[in-house]
Design a protein around this ligand. Structure first.
Ligand SMILES: C[S@@+](CC[C@H](N)C(=O)[O-])C[C@H]1O[C@@H](n2cnc3c(N)ncnc32)[C@H](O)[C@@H]1O
Length: 259
């Protein structure tokens, strides 16, 4: 097994810099495509329609933003602190309408209240402090029109006991304090494992933080393999046994609305 490491701590935290962008673009993400992204799209599909503006906050290489644009028919805009990620996304995510850099915590070129929805997938774990989480929530709140949905996908840092198909959370059996550094290993498409330094944000802490950032009606769900049968790409449920995913689903979707 080959463990690479992409854990720079620049403005974008993990995955920043050219090496981080390339490393993230090569991850498999089967567990996310089973229990994560399709459920984010489902939550958004109930609230937005064709031509609405959806911002992908921390879009990385743009793969998810591109799929969202195709599945939802929305106008999708990707934003990220990493210029390298945005460069990669521009060349590989043609369905995405625009990309914008996040500089000093603010999305350049997007006005207040312009967004009909925002999704934020696997970004919070890059952030080292609660202040940084609140900074992201405040900027998302600035972008959203009142009443518009915000959907967050995160990996539960308590899921350290199991070996998931495409991820390993922390050290086996370890527990982490809020914000503590934690290794995350992700399966690459070549079968090797990529390690990145994450920060452990307990999922049950997110609702109070969102409410303090002027979001309301916060809800959470933990999608299961059985639920994924109706939403995941054809054949994905049958491709693996999903033993760990069935025993303890590791992904949590938090939804809220701009107050
Ligand atoms: C693990 S990647 C996830 C990419 C994409 N959302 C996905 O699910 O495939 C995290 C991304 O968040 C970006 N990021 C980290 N901190 C950020 C911040 N404060 N604001 C915006 N983007 C940020 C990183 O540059 C990186 O591209």
């Amino acid at each position: 097994m080959n463990n690479g490491s992409a854990g720079h701590e620049e403005e974008g935290g993990a995955w920043s810099g050219p090496a981080g962008a390339e490393a993230f673009a090569a991850v498999e993400a089967a567990t996310d495509w089973l229990l994560g992204y399709p459920f984010v799209f489902e939550a958004l599909s109930r609230r937005i329609g064709a031509d609405d503006l959806l911002v992908d906050y921390g879009c990385g290489p743009g793969r998810v933003a591109d799929r969202a644009a195709r599945v939802l028919g929305a106008r999708v805009v990707g934003v990220d602190t990493s210029a390298e990620m945005l460069a990669l996304a521009r060349s590989t995510a043609p369905a995405v309408a625009e990309f914008h850099l996040v500089r000093d915590g603010r999305v350049t070129g997007l006005p207040d209240g312009c967004a009909d929805a925002v999704m934020c997938n696997h970004v919070l774990a890059s952030l080292p402090t609660e202040e940084a989480l609140l900074g992201v929530f405040a900027e998302v709140r600035r972008l959203l029109r009142p009443g518009a949905p915000f959907v967050v996908l995160s990996t539960d840092p308590a899921c350290t006991e199991r070996e998931y198909v495409s991820l390993r959370v922390g050290a086996p059996g370890a527990s982490y304090r809020p914000g503590e550094e934690m290794p995350l290993r992700l399966l690459r498409t070549d079968g090797s494992w990529q390690e990145v330094r994450n920060h452990a944000w307990p999922v049950d802490r997110l609702p109070a933080l969102l409410e303090s950032a002027r979001f309301r009606d916060v809800g959470q769900r933990r999608p299961t393999v059985e639920e994924a049968r109706a939403l995941a790409a054809p054949g994905l449920v049958e491709r693996y046994p999903w033993t760990a995913e069935r025993a303890a689903p590791p992904l949590v979707i938090t939804s809220a609305f701009a107050a």
